[in-house]
Design a protein around this ligand. Structure first.
Ligand code: TYD
Length: 140
């Protein structure tokens, strides 16, 4: 697996007539220590989240409920992943600008990340991101 690039990761799915179960644990499904989890929910129709990149933070996004689109760019190409399966995660390495939109009503976007919250790790200006991306070169 090339962890410098975004990737869809299949997570374990324990099928059971009582209901299915999926898990993630340190060192198994993700290439980073999970330092923090947060989730986005109650997103009004038409709203967009994200709109930033990170210097160091790596993360895994999971649609634990519902469906939404994750738009990724490395400054050279843009790809969109629709997440709607609780047994799949989208791995995002550092240096990728992301926006999240098209939230279906009731969706929950779970994010497992490699660092504690640190505002200085965010790049929130697209122009600043593009300047960094140009230095770094294509990633996706
Ligand atoms: P932000 O990362 O901009 O949200 P998005 O998921 O849309 O990119 O975070 C929104 C606000 O929440 C911002 O003021 C920072 C705060 N926040 C925390 O305090 N702790 C956290 O773990 C996260 C993810 C955000």
């Amino acid at each position: 697996m090339d962890w410098t690039k975004p990737a869809i990761i299949s997570l374990p799915k324990i099928c059971d007539p009582r209901g299915n179960l999926t898990f993630v644990q340190d060192g198994d499904q993700v290439p980073f220590h999970i330092a923090r989890a947060y989730w986005i929910y109650d997103v009004p129709a038409g709203e967009e989240r994200g709109g930033h990149s990170h210097h160091d933070m790596r993360q895994l996004l999971i649609a634990t409920s519902g469906s939404f689109s994750v738009n990724l760019t490395d400054g050279f190409v843009t790809v969109t992943h629709t997440l709607n399966r609780p047994f799949e995660g989208l791995y995002i390495p550092p240096g990728i600008w992301r926006t999240i939109d098209n939230f279906a009503s009731g969706s929950v976007c779970l994010s497992l990340v490699s660092m504690e919250y640190d505002e200085s790790d965010y790049v929130r200006e697209f122009d600043e991101f593009l300047a960094l991306a140009e230095k770094k070169g294509p990633v996706i």
